[in-house]
Design a protein around this ligand. Structure first.
Ligand code: C2E
Ligand code: SIN
Ligand code: SIN
Ligand code: FE
Length: 358
C-alpha cells in the first residue's frame, strides 16, 4: 500500500513569513500546506492527518498561540514532530517549548537553512517511527498467526493421541467385555450426569473423553486373571486391584490426560473410604472419579461378564441404592435417579451383543 507523500504544515499569522517559508521548503523538495492561525492549522491537520508528517508553527499568534496548538496536536498524535518558531531568542520560551513536547525550536528572523535541516530531521524521525510501528504490527500479526498454527497443531496432536488411546481402551475392553460398547456407554452416562450436576462445559468435554480410559490399566492384568470364569483368589484379587494404579501410570505426565489419570486411579474408591487403591473418602475422591464410579457400576451390573451374569435393571438399581452413602456419593445418586430414563435410553441404544435384555 502506497502511503501519501509526507507534508509539512506551516502555521504563521504573518502572510509574508508564511510565503517565504512555503517557497523555501518547497525549494528543498517538501510538500507544504499553510495555515494563517492555530485554529485553521488544527483543522487542516484533522482533515489530513495521514499525510501531515510534521508541523512548523509560530508561537506568538493572535487567538490560540503556538504552545496551545502544540498541546492539541500532541493529544491527537503524540509522535508528531512539531517545530516551534519565535521572534525572540529567549531561553525560557525555548525550555517551555521543549517541555511541552516540541521536537525543535528555531528563532526568527532565522537562517532558512537551519529550519530546512530541522524539518528534514523531523520528517526522517517521523518516517522511522511509522516504519517501526508497521514493523511491530507486522510482528504481532505474525506472532498471532504462528500461535494460531501452533494451537491447531496441538489440537491435531491431541486428537491423534486420543485416537491412539481409544484403540488401546478398546483393546483393554475387548479382553473382558463387549468390545467398545461398555466404555462408550459409560462415557455417555458420565457426560449426562456431569451436565446435570451443573459442571462447566469444559469439565463435561473432558469427562466425555476421559471416562473411556478408566480401565486402561487392565491392559497390564494377565488374561488368566482378567478372563477367569469365576471368583478370584485373594492373590489374584490383589493383582486385579492394581488396574487402577497401572492405569494412572500409563496416563501420567500428559496435561490433557490429567482427568483421565485421576479417574483411572480413583474410580474404585468408595464414598465411605473402603475402596481401593488408597481408601480415599467423600470429597477426597475427585468428582470425575465419583461420577465414573457410579456410571461404571451401573453399566457393569446390567452387563454380562466372564465371571457373572447380567442383572435386570430393577435388581441393579436396588443393589446400587443399598450402597448409596457407603459406595456412592448420595448427591450424585440423586441426580442419576432424575436422569434414569435418559440413562436407560443410552443403555438401549448402545447395547452390545453380550448384554442380556433388561
Ligand atoms: P467390572 O466387571 O467392569 O466391574 C466394575 C465394578 O462393578 C466392580 O468393581 C463392582 O464394583 C461392580 N460390579 C460388577 N459386577 C458386580 C456384581 O455382580 N455385584 C456387585 N455387587 N458389584 C458388581 P470391582 O469389584 O472393584 O471389580 C473391578 C474389576 O475386577 C471388574 O470390573 C472385573 O474386571 C474384575 N473382577 C471383579 N470380580 C471378579 C471376579 O470374581 N472374577 C473375575 N474374573 N474378575 C473380577
Ligand atoms: C472393561 O472391562 O474394559 C470395562 C469394565 C469396567 O469398567 O470395569
Ligand atoms: C489424584 O491423585 O489425582 C487426586 C486424588 C487425590 O485427591 O489424592
Ligand atoms: Fe475398573
Amino acid at each position: 500500500m502506497l502511503s501519501p507523500p509526507p507534508t509539512v504544515l506551516v502555521v504563521d499569522d504573518e502572510e509574508l513569513i508564511l510565503d517565504l517559508l512555503k517557497r523555501s521548503l518547497r525549494g528543498l523538495g517538501h510538500k507544504v500546506q499553510t495555515a494563517r492561525s492555530a485554529e485553521q492549522g488544527l483543522k487542516l491537520f484533522r482533515q489530513d492527518q495521514a499525510s501531515i508528517a510534521t508541523v512548523v508553527t509560530d508561537i506568538c499568534m493572535p487567538g490560540v498561540d503556538g504552545l496551545a496548538l502544540l498541546g492539541s496536536l500532541k493529544s491527537h498524535d503524540p509522535d508528531l514532530p512539531v517545530i516551534l518558531m519565535t521572534a525572540y531568542a529567549d531561553i525560557d520560551t525555548a525550555r517551555a517549548a521543549i517541555r511541552a513536547g516540541a521536537y525543535d525550536y528555531v528563532t526568527k528572523p532565522f537562517d532558512l537553512s537551519s529550519l530546512g535541516i530541522s524539518v528534514g530531521r523531523a520528517l526522517e524521525k517521523r518516517r522511522l517511527v511509522a516504519q517501526n510501528r508497521a514493523y511491530r504490527e507486522n510482528l504481532e500479526r505474525r506472532v498471532e498467526e504462528r500461535t494460531q498454527q501452533l494451537r491447531e497443531a496441538f489440537a491435531r496432536l491431541n486428537s491423534i493421541h486420543l485416537e491412539a488411546i481409544c484403540v488401546l481402551c478398546k483393546v483393554a475392553e475387548a479382553n473382558d467385555t463387549d468390545t467398545g460398547q461398555h466404555i462408550r456407554r459409560v462415557s455417555l452416562y458420565c457426560t449426562e450426569l456431569a451436565r446435570a450436576l451443573g459442571q462447566p462445559e469444559e469439565f463435561v468435554r473432558q469427562i466425555e473423553y476421559s471416562a473411556p480410559m478408566h480401565d486402561i490399566g487392565k491392559l497390564s492384568i494377565p488374561d488368566l486373571i482378567l478372563k477367569k470364569n469365576g471368583q478370584l483368589t485373594p492373590a489374584e484379587w490383589e493383582v486385579m486391584r492394581q488396574h487402577t494404579t497401572r492405569g494412572a501410570e500409563i496416563l501420567a505426565g500428559v496435561p490433557f490426560l490429567e482427568m483421565a489419570r485421576e479417574i483411572a486411579l480413583c474410580h474404585h474408591e468408595r464414598f465411605d473410604g473402603n475402596g481401593y487403591p488408597r481408601g480415599l473418602q467423600g470429597q477426597q475422591i475427585p468428582l470425575s472419579a465419583r461420577i465414573v464410579s457410579l456410571c461404571d457400576v451401573f453399566d457393569a451390573l446390567l452387563s454380562r461378564r466372564c465371571y457373572k451374569a447380567a442383572m435386570p435393571v430393577a435388581t441393579a438399581l436396588e443393589l446400587i441404592e443399598k450402597q448409596v452413602g457407603s459406595h456412592f456419593d448420595p448427591e450424585l445418586f440423586e441426580a442419576f435417579q432424575q436422569l434414569l430414563p435418559r440413562m436407560l435410553e443410552i443403555w438401549e441404544q448402545h447395547k452390545g451383543p453380550l448384554t442380556a435384555p433388561a
